[in-house]
Design a protein around this ligand. Structure first.
Ligand code: HEM
Length: 461
């Protein structure tokens, strides 16, 4: 393939594995699922409304049809719980935090946390987000060798971690912030890989190497978070300055009770972990697509520079950044930062015209649903216009980067504001070019990451 050919191919189909012509046999499927789950699916999986993908003892179905996705996540959500597979990986670290809690425990935690993510609360965080983004821009500007490529994926993760940890803890973590981030990366890299035991449905007591490897990181998380929570309790401050304070004080609007200390610690870790890798990766993929499509980049930059100075907020996003918002949505369609959502059926149901027995494991993959042939026209192409306000309406279950229904991402508004603020800082300051366009490739762990990083040259404007 000549360079021009590969450039043209990328424009038609930005980096993505090709669907496999046939369902891979068991052993290669297990290898693929462990190496990169989005590379394990057949052409048929990208077409079907529902398809059996069982590999072990438990029946597993992949659900793609928008109406069926809506049924699982919204209309009949009480008949589905978070899957054992996912809980097995996340619960050891996140305990009864919002992402992993179920039933009454989840309802109470969600009620307590909701006001912390209200539009007003998020708007109040705008300046902090902008200060952190400005510091990153200054660091990039001051680099001795401007031509040396930067790994935007690592850079954005550092930034989004900085933002969420400041929002949660303000200054309390300063000494441990870097080490906590490093342990988080180890933990999610270790347990982020699908392990054979869960694909094959082996019992819970089956020893998992990942779980053993992840133990020191969990001990570290617990140590740091418990220490900070204890120190806050002893301080007895008058005013809440950050999310941690508010989480410790906020009463459940129904019961009037505040969260117990272990639940506060679980939620703090949940916000830290759920709140940075996803947003960091979303930013890296947005920059990737903008660098492939310079005319789109120009339009986004123009739109952002038309704003008044200061940190853009929700009103700007809704009223002025119409094209930018469409680009963000289209980037999250092609590269959904959370590529898999998993549930288990608590009772028998019917999905996409097929009976589903109680106990069936359900996989909803934003990666696949967002590229389903029957749902999207030219699904592999980058076409932000499909998200402009005058575009044809889509069923709700077609586009699900943040999930849907009662368990929809609580941080959606936080993430969108953060993405827009970061873009408003970096796009006017630098011209980005991919260091090795052919090397960019998505790999699914718990989040969808660029394999080996997203290396770009950033030249000052
Ligand atoms: C682009 C960025 C983000 C994406 C794509 C994303 C995606 C998701 C998805 C798909 C879910 C639903 C999972 C399910 O139904 O099983 C979820 C839940 C959640 N997310 Fe996010 N997320 C992002 C940013 C954030 C941020 C910034 C925070 C916090 C600061 C956050 C905190 C959470 C929490 C706590 C839950 C669990 C909610 C519940 O079950 O009640 N996320 N996220």
């Amino acid at each position: 393939m000549t360079l021009a050919d590969s450039d043209a191919t990328r424009l038609l189909r930005p980096a993505a594995p090709l669907p496999r012509p046939k369902r891979p046999p068991l052993l290669s499927a297990l290898r693929l699922l462990r190496a990169n789950p989005i590379d394990a699916f057949s052409e048929q999986a990208y077409e079907a409304g529902i398809i059996d993908i069982t590999r072990g003892r438990n029946r597993v179905v992949l659900v793609n049809e928008p109406a069926a996705i809506e049924r699982i996540l919204v209309d009949n959500a009480q008949a589905y719980a978070k899957s054992e597979q996912q809980q097995r990986r996340l619960k050891p670290a996140l305990g009864a935090g919002l992402l992993t809690a179920e039933g009454a425990e989840w309802r109470s935690a969600r009620r307590v946390a909701a006001p912390l993510f209200s539009p007003r609360a998020i708007a109040a965080l705008g300046d902090d987000m902008a200060v952190a983004a400005d510091a990153m821009v200054a660091r990039w500007r001051d680099r001795a060798d401007e031509a040396a490529p930067l790994d935007l994926s690592a850079e954005f993760q550092r930034l989004t971690y900085e933002i969420v940890s400041r929002t949660v803890f303000s200054g309390a973590l300063d000494d441990d912030r870097v080490r906590l981030h490093a342990h988080m990366a180890i933990y999610f890299d270790t347990i982020g890989r699908i392990d054979m035991a869960s694909v094959l449905g082996l019992p819970k007591w089956w020893p998992s190497l990942s779980a053993i490897r992840a133990r020191p990181s969990i001990a570290f998380f617990r140590g740091v978070v418990n220490r900070v929570v204890d120190a806050r309790e002893a301080e007895d401050r008058q005013e809440a300055v950050d999310l941690l304070d508010r989480l410790m004080r906020a009463p459940d609007p129904q019961s009037g009770r505040t969260l117990a200390t272990p639940a506060v610690a679980d939620n703090v870790l949940t916000f830290l972990s759920a709140g940075h890798e996803t947003t960091g990766n979303a930013l890296a993929w947005i920059l990737y697509l903008l660098s492939l499509f310079p005319s789109v980049e120009r339009r986004v930059r123009d739109e952002l520079s038309s704003l008044a100075s200061g940190a853009p907020g929700r009103k700007d996003i809704e009223e002025k950044l119409v094209f930018t918002r469409a680009v963000i949505d289209e980037a999250m369609r092609l590269y959904p930062p959370a590529p898999f959502i998993a549930r288990v059926a608590l009772e028998a149901d019917e999905l996409a015209g097929e009976p589903v027995a109680k106990g069936t494991e359900i996989v909803i993959s934003p990666w696949i649903a967002h590229r389903r042939r029957a749902t999207w026209e030219e699904p592999d192409r980058f076409r932000p216009e499909r998200f402009l306000p005058d575009a044809e309406e889509r069923p709700r279950g077609a586009f699900i980067p943040f999930g849907l229904g009662p368990r929809i991402c609580i941080g959606q508004g936080f993430a969108l504001q953060e993405i827009v603020i970061v873009l408003s800082r970096v796009l006017p300051a630098f011209r980005f070019a991919l260091a090795a366009p052919d090397k960019v490739f998505p790999v699914a762990r718990i989040t969808l990451q660029p394999d080996g990083g997203m290396w770009m040259r950033a030249r000052r404007t």
